[in-house]
Ligand binder design. Structure first.
Ligand code: PLP
Length: 580
């Protein structure tokens, strides 16, 4: 270790010190006019360009980690820290820049020939990217599943980048591979609560996979379905399995007429991707209607399973949703577990959003039945308050993921601890560092507090909406998502008497769409939008709904009122006659 650093330093000796280097960055040297012309093409560089023979030094300088106060890294750190602080303390959810102006800002397809001066570059990034980025941590940005992060993740991100581990294999992520397995085992235990002996046996057993860390809920869901498919159509009696022989051969061998995945019509669209990738086609993703509380119709689900079996279709998985994307509804997981068990089908729970309810004594009961799932998706970058890029899939059977295992002679050797051998992704960052830190630094009680607070504030917002004549609450919130709509003054009479016609609803839809877009464009506060059907009136036409997601611990009751009041103010300026 010491030898290698020394060796590198010797090589560096021919380059100037950090201090001198920074000086060079700051000065314009003599150069030919043609060179000047060429350099002028780089839009970031105006005055400070460097000579060709300095490029090597500049580039090498970028790779040194020098602790002097004047080092490039230190200086960049100062600038980015200041940008971060400004960004994090801005209360508005966005600037009102329009998309056309943004497109224009990013229309240069040429890579600069010479290295760019970092100060100019950071100024450019600050003005063009940071300034017009969405303040997902703003307490008034309550429309999506992305919110504020705990402060420890920001310095940890620097550490993670400094370590630059590649979690695909032990040779590039040694301790972190075991750290990742430990963190996944902790969450596995929170879901399944098996015995101490079970976890001692499997936590660091290279033949076992309690969970896989992936980039998000989409890959987690795809991975779950992939494992289910390969395990169901496994090698047998000389048949080499779906993995080697493909879907057509596998269905023929096992005597099926086709294969399906079944879940509610509120399943996340990652299952469309999964159906496509599994080779069954999106038409074989069967979507069962949901009730007025956004939960799958259990009777219809049961009947569909019976029909599929009667038609000799393989059910790859029955999916239960714990926290639908558009309204936070939680399916009756116990009922679905029952149906899946009877049909001998794989039961997957998509708890990408709602999974962390398992931390709450008060609300855990909503997820009853999750412990019977063969696989469970939970997103770290949603309600575990970790940075983007953390999804997980957990397995009841620690050997199920063996069905997707791959090996390669140069890596992923049999018997190794390489995490990439049972994963869709190859190279991936050491996000486990955040997961481990979150679980340790926030803990069960900390997450319980966060979950309970989100639901408490959602109920507060629901109560505000119900008490305001301007709004209609479209469904009682199951968790911390809320759907509602604005009722323009002209329609309040009919609305009160339950006499809104389909045409009335269509006009109210256009009004709500316009209101949501205007609010987003102004940028002070933010609520998202979705489309619901048959919510209350038995109306056939879809209903445009405002969608609030209350997960940001920084959001106060006052913020919630501000968001609603802003909607009322914006609505007052919308003329219905201009919309129709
Ligand atoms: C229920 C559910 N499942 C899966 C996903 C997909 O997660 P990701 O966007 O992390 O891929 C989402 C995303 O919102 C979701 O709400």
């Amino acid at each position: 270790m010491t030898y290698r650093i020394e060796d590198f330093r010797k090589k560096q000796a021919k380059h100037s010190s950090c201090k001198n280097e920074v000086k060079k960055y700051g000065h314009q040297h003599n150069m030919t006019s043609s060179k000047q012309e060429m350099l002028n093409k780089n839009s970031f560089l105006e005055s400070e360009q460097t000579l060709d023979n300095e490029i090597e030094e500049q580039v090498m300088q970028l790779f040194t980690s020098c602790n002097q106060a004047t080092s490039i890294e230190k200086r960049i750190d100062e600038i980015t820290d200041s940008l971060s602080q400004d960004f994090l303390t801005t209360i508005d959810s966005n600037t009102n820049i329009d998309l056309e102006s943004l497109l224009e800002k990013f229309s240069d397809s040429k890579i600069p020939v010479q290295p760019t001066n970092f100060e100019n570059y950071l100024k450019y990034i600050g003005n063009n990217v940071v300034a017009h980025s969405i303040h997902t941590s703003s307490p008034r940005f309550i429309g999506h599943m992305t919110s504020a992060l705990p402060s420890f993740v920001r310095p940890l991100a620097k550490l993670m980048t400094a370590m630059n581990q590649n979690a695909v294999k032990i040779e590039t992520a040694k301790a972190l591979s075991f750290c990742e397995r430990e963190a996944l085992a902790m969450l596995h235990r929170q879901i399944y609560n098996f015995s101490d002996g079970f976890y001692t046996q499997h936590i660091q057993n290279n033949l076992s996979t309690l969970g896989i860390l992936v980039s998000g809920g989409t890959v987690a869901n795809i991975t779950a379905v992939w494992c289910a498919r390969n395990a169901l159509l496994k090698p047998k009696d000389g048949f080499l399995g779906v993995e080697k022989e493909g879907l057509t051969a596998a269905l023929n061998f096992y005597g099926y007429k086709g294969a399906v995945i079944i879940g509610s019509d509120l399943m996340h669209f990652s299952f469309d991707k999964a159906a496509d990738l599994m080779g069954i086609g999106t038409h074989s993703l069967i979507k069962i209607p949901t009730d007025c509380n956004n939960r799958v119709d259990i009777q219809a689900l049961r009947q569909t399973v019976i029909n599929c079996r009667a038609k000799n279709l393989l059910i790859i998985a029955i999916v239960g949703v714990a926290g639908t994307t558009d309204s936070g509804g939680v399916d009756s997981l116990t009922d679905i577990a029952e149906i899946a068990q009877e049909a001998n089908a794989h039961f997957h729970v998509d708890a990408a959003w709602g999974g962390p309810l398992i931390f709450s004594e008060q609300y855990r009961h909503k997820l009853a039945g999750i412990e019977r799932a063969d696989s469970v998706t939970i997103d770290g970058h949603k309600q575990l308050y970790l940075p983007m890029g953390i999804g997980m899939v957990f397995f009841r059977d620690p050997h199920l993921a063996g069905a997707i295992e791959k090996q390669a002679s140069y890596t992923m050797r049999k018997g190794s601890f390489d995490l990439g051998k049972r994963a869709l992704e190859g190279s991936r960052p050491g996000m486990a560092l955040f997961l481990h830190a979150g679980l340790k630094l926030i803990g069960v009680k900390g997450y319980e507090f966060l979950i309970n607070e989100g639901i408490r504030k959602t109920q507060y917002m629901a109560a505000c909406i119900s008490a305001m004549p301007e709004f209609e609450l479209l469904a009682e919130p199951d968790t911390n998502l809320l759907t509602y709509r604005y009722i323009p003054k002209q329609f309040r009479g009919e609305f009160a008497q339950n006499k809104l016609t389909e045409i009335d609803n269509q006009i109210i839809n256009i009004f709500n769409e316009c209101l949501q877009k205007n609010q987003r464009q102004i940028g002070h506060t933010f609520i998202s939008r979705t489309t619901k059907k048959d919510i209350k009136f038995g109306s056939e036409s879809p209903i445009v709904a405002m969608r609030a997601v209350i997960a940001n611990p920084l959001t106060t009751e006052e913020d919630i009122k501000t968001v609603l009041n802003e909607q009322i103010q914006i609505a007052a300026k919308i003329l219905i006659s201009s919309l129709i």
